[in-house]
Write a protein that binds this ligand. Structure first.
Ligand code: AHR
Length: 650
């Protein structure tokens, strides 16, 4: 009896050992490169959500700098005699503040600004203060102000005086060098003379911005984008393209030209989620289409603007009344045509000239244009059609992107894909914010897509766990799913995770790729997945099979392989989503046995729910090891719940 029990235990243990270490043989056909992987494959989606632009990537530190918020002093405290006037030097931003001596030496007139979640200043850095000003009532011919950075403790950190010496509007600027760091400082301005002066477009930027541009971007955040090595850069969203109503849609023409005269726009994310309400969230357009194109160029990514199709946000509106009638779209169509001219036109053209005057005479080389964001119903194709006719006629080289609606499948999706085929768009934008189970089930999503129709742009996607964290599990799901994008690179030409940025004090939507406060930023685990794909995209798909089938989730494995013809590298990507180790035996068909240098980059975590935070930014990051591959096979031990990329120099 005892013996039988022991034998049974032995059999059970053997079973445990066997299932605890699964084994899989994978063949990679190294000599028959398949479809080309587009250089645009892995990219960036940008939208001003979660304070992604104003208060985020755009380095301006003053909120409501032109006094154009509907509550003209929102973001400001005023004291003494301050009045708002509306006949300023910039016709699209006419408001300004008039400061007048309060009539007694012991009293003060002035303003202070709270910034975006504080005016955050760092010791050792320099900040450029600028203001448009004029003397309002000529008594002495001169007036003066004192500009201070004031700490959270109300102590002055640094101050400077400025003489306003003209009754004509002029730009003045000076530099402030704080002697200490304060995350929650304020910018305070005192009138220090006994007359009256006018102030407009009060601005404060760190002098050190991305590429040190004056109207620049926050360096650490732009660097994080650069470090993704993106192939495409989609802007300016997202729902803000559409607007809650048509007049609040993103109007690219208002976002170019001198920054002082770009009018304020509402930001729909101010109120979209009443439980995450931010009454002071507006779009200054300070980072506008010129800056977006310039950033695309800096990043080496193809610019991909999206324009309104004449439909205000369909989530926020019923039908009809909020939309432009089909026969009245000509201004919207002209905006799209003019945008192409702005990006690519010769400097002698109207909009090419605007671009040149802004500092970029060379074209931006625009190749792609999205028409409409998350649209649905028959109202979309009937509007898209006249856009397409006009663009095809004038700019046949531009690739047009149409929408498949807000869902990853379902009624709208089923209706729009055939419509997009009928209209012959070049790419169809698909959006999916779905849970882990969806990502696990979608490894083969694109395997049976029609190869003759438009290509796919997975234009917004992210794994949404129940707790909405950027946790390790969500990143692993995305890594696994993305092997399916790569295997289907003949049809999937672009993919962009969304949203991109979130301020920890000002988010409306999560998860997001990069989190930040005013002092620092953190790259989520999902970011590292995007980065691995972005840095090792390969140029051609290689057939990667277990037996006769691709790995789309069998035993939890998802795999793809690519050849990089330019770098002469073999790139293997494999996600093990199972909770068991898998010993994988790669066999490289028709590759000569030889010793080769390689590296293995692995992303694992002791806990599926771990995430990187501002306090622990490197809690889960990829770990890289050099290795040698000395034959035409490779044994890899894949930890349970892991993503592995192997790069072999051929
Ligand atoms: O990425 C956040 C939002 O999700 C986008 O603005 C919209 O297109 C989608 O619904």
């Amino acid at each position: 009896m005892k013996k039988t029990r022991l034998v049974l235990l032995g059999i059970m243990l053997a079973g445990v050992v066997q299932v605890a270490h699964m084994q899989t043989t994978i063949t990679v056909d190294t000599r028959k490169p398949g479809s080309t992987i587009q250089p645009t494959m892995y990219g960036i989606f940008f939208e001003d959500i979660n304070y992604g632009a104003d208060g985020g990537l755009y380095a301006e530190m003053i909120k409501n700098r032109s006094f154009e918020f509907p509550q003209h002093l929102m973001g400001w405290n005023s004291f003494g005699d301050v009045k708002i006037h509306n006949d300023g030097p910039f016709d699209r931003n006419p408001h300004y503040a008039r400061l007048t001596w309060p009539g007694h030496d012991h009293k003060h007139t002035g303003l202070d600004n709270e910034g975006f979640f504080g005016v955050t200043v760092k010791q050792g850095e320099t900040y450029r203060f600028s203001v448009w000003a004029r003397v309002a009532a000529l008594i002495s011919g001169k007036e003066s102000i004192r500009i201070e950075l004031v700490g959270a403790d109300n102590e002055v950190i640094t101050r400077q005086n400025l003489i306003i010496d003209s009754k004509d509007w002029k730009k003045y600027q000076l530099e402030l060098k704080p002697g200490r760091t304060d995350a929650k400082a304020r910018l305070r301005i005192f009138l220090t003379s006994k007359g009256s002066l006018d102030l407009e477009h009060i601005s404060l930027f760190p002098t050190e911005t991305w590429k040190n541009r004056e109207n620049g971007l926050r360096k650490d955040l732009a660097q994080a984008l650069y470090d993704l090595n993106p192939g495409v850069f989609r802007f300016p969203g997202g729902c803000i393209v559409e607007g809650t109503d048509l007049h609040t849609r993103y109007d690219w023409k208002k976002s170019v030209g001198p920054v002082e005269n770009r009018p304020l726009n509402e930001n729909r994310w101010q109120y979209t989620f009443p439980h995450r309400f931010f009454p002071d969230y507006y779009q200054s357009y300070g980072m506008g289409f010129y800056e977006f194109f310039e950033l695309s160029e800096d990043l080496g990514a193809e610019p991909l603007p999206i324009v309104s199709v004449g439909l205000a946000c369909q989530f926020q509106n019923g039908c009809c009344e909020a939309h432009v009638p089909v026969g009245e779209l000509s201004d919207y169509i002209q905006d799209a045509l003019d945008l192409i001219e702005f990006a690519n036109g010769d400097v002698s053209t109207t909009w090419g000239k605007v671009r040149a005057e802004m500092g970029h005479p060379a074209p931006f080389n625009l190749k792609f244009l999205g028409i409409g964001n998350e649209q649905w119903g028959p109202e979309y194709p009937e509007r898209l059609e006249p856009f397409m006719k006009a663009i095809r006629a004038k700019y046949p080289e531009i690739q047009i992107i149409g929408s498949s609606g807000p869902g990853s499948e379902g009624k709208d999706f089923e209706f729009l894909w055939p419509e997009m085929k009928r209209l012959k768009v070049d790419l169809v934008d698909e959006h999916f914010y779905r849970p882990e189970s969806w990502f696990l089930a979608q490894g083969a999503r694109y395997d049976n897509y029609d190869r003759k129709g438009p290509k796919v742009f997975a234009g917004e996607y992210a794994c949404h766990p129940r707790n909405r964290k950027n946790n390790f599990e969500s990143a692993l799901m995305e890594a696994a799913f993305m092997t399916g994008l790569e295997r289907n690179a003949d049809i999937v030409h672009m993919a962009t995770y969304a949203p991109l940025f979130a301020h920890v004090e000002g988010w409306q939507w999560r998860p997001d790729l990069i989190w930040f406060d005013n002092m620092k930023s953190v790259r989520s685990i999902n970011y590292y997945v995007q980065q691995l794909y972005g840095h090792y995209p390969g140029t051609h798909v290689l057939k990667t099979l277990s037996g006769k089938t691709p790995l789309t989730g069998q035993d939890g494995l998802f795999a793809s392989s690519a050849l990089d013809k330019d770098k002469n590298q073999l790139i293997l990507k494999i996600a093990n989503t199972a909770d068991k180790v898998n010993e994988v035996n790669y066999v490289f068909n028709r590759l000569k046995a030889a010793e080769r240098d390689a590296k293995c980059i692995q992303l694992t975590s002791p806990d599926l729910d771990w995430e990187n935070t501002l306090e622990e930014p490197n809690k889960v990051i990829p770990v890289e090891k050099a290795m040698k591959v000395d034959s035409n096979t490779l044994k890899l031990e894949l930890p349970a719940k892991s993503f592995t990329v192997v790069i072999i120099n051929l």
